[in-house]
Write a protein that binds this ligand. Structure first.
Ligand SMILES: [Zn+2]
Length: 449
């Protein structure tokens, strides 16, 4: 591509209140960055993209996904999180232990290209498949190959004790791959939540993240485990800070949610997962009441589709249904309804904030990295566009994702993924899938009768 690209005549949703949103405007990309947004821009020598049938907006940001599970898509949609036949027993205790580094690599490739295809430009890879040092290299290789902006959130394996050398592997990975902050990949630590591990272990893992200057991303308030008040114990020790994203939070106490808000924490909700798998009801209103706007996350492709449209529509529906329920019960003092625009911001701006990347991405702001998507408005599923925010949140799906750019580089154009041999990915996906299923002895429950 030329150094400069001028995206012409699109509906431009910058989601930056200072820049504004436009029914017809242009976006000028100079190398990796957005240099100008506004009507009737011109740029000598720029490559021009006609966006007259497009909405131009920031790419979606997924703040929590176990990307290695890409080859296990839809394997557990009818299974809950906890119990004898569950996500924990099937995925984490049966299949994960047999994953080789190459299976984690392939799982990641599948998940990452699916994410790009769905218009996601930044993903936090909550990578709790790190059984050996080599698993780390394999996953990072896939993240680098994909071209996405990604937070590699190093996770300890959940099905066994951490390796005695695990913390040294993490320090080593930080040195080898994350010496610079000026790159597409950044490092976070994904410790086991305090409700899943002894408090002393949780404290040591959080301390390691802070030693490395890495953000923390942690599951808390999950199902019955979350009802033990463990996060509160960490909070009373002064360990909750603004460097942490709290995932789910569905069964936390009001006090614990207050602690998150008071210490500047960020939130990742995976509302469809939380309701389908039994984590508890998404506590969206509790956060809104305290002025906290959540980010959104796909979490597990074993149970969920890989796009942010599903996430936005679910969280919008949950919040509104809870307010309507109160209204029907003749309660007073009802909170305001979330709007389509609110949840579009959750899936972009708030995602960038939770991933520690709001200075680089999440809005179309001149000076930020050019992470943007073009969404087709001339498909039969969406024309004519009357309200662009609602069109994206409620009318569109992944079939509208025409183009995806990360740091100015095209990863998808004209509805087709670029820079990837999809036949190779597909072949590897089936090989790895067959290996881990055969080796683990897992049988799909619904196919057993
Ligand atoms: Zn998760």
């Amino acid at each position: 591509m030329a150094d400069k690209t001028l995206i012409k005549n699109g509906i431009v949703l910058t989601l930056d209140k200072k820049v504004g949103n436009f029914l017809k405007a242009d976006v000028l990309v100079d190398g990796e960055t957005i240099s100008q947004v506004g009507p009737e821009l011109s740029a000598e020598g720029a490559a021009v993209i006609d966006a007259s049938d497009m909405i131009v907006m920031p790419g979606f940001v997924d703040t929590h996904r176990h990307v290695w599970e890409g080859i296990l898509r839809n394997i557990g949609t009818d299974t809950p999180l906890e119990g004898e036949a569950s996500y924990l027993s099937f995925i984490l205790n049966t299949i994960a232990p047999v994953y080789r580094p190459e299976d984690a690599y392939v799982g990641n490739l599948v998940g990452l290209y699916g994410a790009i295809d769905a218009g996601i430009t930044t993903i936090l890879d909550w990578s709790h498949i790190q059984a050996t040092r080599e698993h780390g290299d394999a996953v990072i290789q896939a993240l680098q190959e994909s071209g996405l902006r990604a937070v590699f959130a190093y996770g300890y394996p959940w099905w066994k004790e951490p390796d005695p050398d695990q913390d040294d592997w993490i320090r080593d990975i930080a040195r080898q791959y994350f010496a610079s902050k000026d790159q597409l990949l950044t490092l976070a630590l994904a410790p086991a939540g305090p409700e899943f591990t002894p408090l002393a272990v949780a404290e040591a893992q959080w301390a390691l993240a802070r030693e490395l200057g890495a953000r923390i991303t942690v599951h808390v308030g999950v199902g019955t485990a979350g009802q033990q008040g463990k996060l509160g114990e960490m909070g009373r020790k002064g360990l909750l800070k603004d460097d942490t994203t709290y995932i789910h939070c569905t069964t936390l106490s009001d006090d614990e949610i207050g602690m998150i808000a008071d210490t500047g924490g960020t939130i990742s909700l995976a509302a469809p997962v939380e309701m389908m798998m039994g984590h508890g009801m998404p506590p969206i209103q509790k956060f809104l009441d305290r002025g906290l706007r959540p980010s959104l996350s796909v979490d597990v492709e074993t149970n969920m589709p890989n796009d942010m449209f599903t996430q936005m529509r679910t969280v919008n529906s949950v919040q509104r249904s809870m307010v309507f329920e109160k209204k029907l019960a003749r309660k007073s003092g009802l909170p305001p309804f979330l709007t389509a625009r609110d949840v579009l911001e959750f899936a972009t701006v708030e995602g960038a904030r939770a991933n520690g990347l709001l200075d680089k991405t999440g809005t179309l702001t001149p000076g930020k990295q050019a992470d943007l998507i073009l969404l087709r408005t001339d498909n039969p599923n969406i024309l004519p566009i009357n309200d662009p925010f609602s069109a994206v949140t409620w009318g569109m799906d992944t079939s509208n994702v025409d183009s995806v750019f990360v740091a100015g580089r095209a990863l998808k154009r004209d509805g087709k993924l670029l820079n990837v041999d999809l036949n190779r990915v597909m072949q590897k996906a089936y090989e790895s899938r067959d290996y881990v299923i055969t080796r683990s002895g897992f049988k799909v429950p619904a196919m057993q009768d």
